[in-house]
Design a protein around this ligand. Structure first.
Ligand code: DX5
Ligand code: ZN
Length: 216
């Protein structure tokens, strides 16, 4: 399967957000990656429901909403109502992860679990059959523009062998420090979705950069 590309709007120019979204609309990108941060689970605050609703009104591709918030269970329906099509919650924030994932699915969204770089992917064994995708953090969550952590390749590898037994249709998404230099290696290693923020929006020509990420 050809991998998907999901530009992260965290790196967009918020003063020209509509124009940034239209650039992604006319590119080969597959999804919009939308990072929600609460200043509690991660040391940064991004944006919430009203901005996501506005993004949804212009976006012509599905919204992949990545929740970096404590107690995400309280807000799953609100994110659906704001326009999320894919919704992911951190393993580290969900003591009743199975219930959270079932709820996301009941609400009609694709359900994903995210895992921080220090946590072993084997922790996901029990939930793997139930999720549509796993988001592997390749930086510590909270900020764009950080360096890719090389140990991610081993983690993709491990997850790939786990998925053969437990959920062959599972998609593996990689988020943080993805760029045109490492996209090919990541896709070859088994990443199915590449998230890229600064690599896209800080480039001279975001449409061309997205094409390079899509065909590395
Ligand atoms: C980091 C976010 C990422 C971020 C990636 O916590 O989850 O989605 O936007 O940004 P880059 O691609 O600049 O590393
Ligand atoms: Zn993200």
């Amino acid at each position: 399967m050809q991998h998907l590309v999901a530009p992260s709007l965290l790196a967009a120019n918020f003063l020209h957000l509509e124009e940034e979204i239209r650039i992604v609309n006319r590119s080969e990108a597959d999804l919009f990656h939308v990072d929600v941060m609460d200043g509690h689970f991660v040391p940064n605050i991004s944006f919430g429901f009203s901005i996501i609703k506005q993004i949804k009104s212009v976006a012509q591709k599905p919204l992949d909403v990545h929740l970096m918030i404590s107690q995400p269970d309280h807000y799953l329906e609100d994110f659906k109502n704001a326009g999320a099509d894919w919704l992911s919650v951190h393993y580290e924030t969900c003591p009743h992860l199975h219930r959270s994932i079932q709820r996301i699915k009941e609400l009609g969204m694709k359900a994903g679990v995210v895992i921080n770089p220090h946590n072993n992917v084997e922790l996901l064994k029990g939930i793997l059959p139930d999720v549509d995708f796993v988001l592997l953090m390749s930086v510590n969550p909270g900020f764009g523009g950080q360096h890719f952590i090389d140990a991610t390749y081993d983690r993709i590898d491990k997850l790939n062998s786990m998925k053969q037994d437990l959920n062959p249709g599972l998609l593996i998404e990689v988020d943080g420090g993805v760029n045109v230099q490492n996209a090919e290696a990541l896709a070859k290693a088994g990443a199915n979705i590449l998230v890229a923020g600064s690599a896209v929006f800080q480039s001279e020509d975001p449409v061309a950069t997205i094409a390079r990420l899509k065909h590395p």
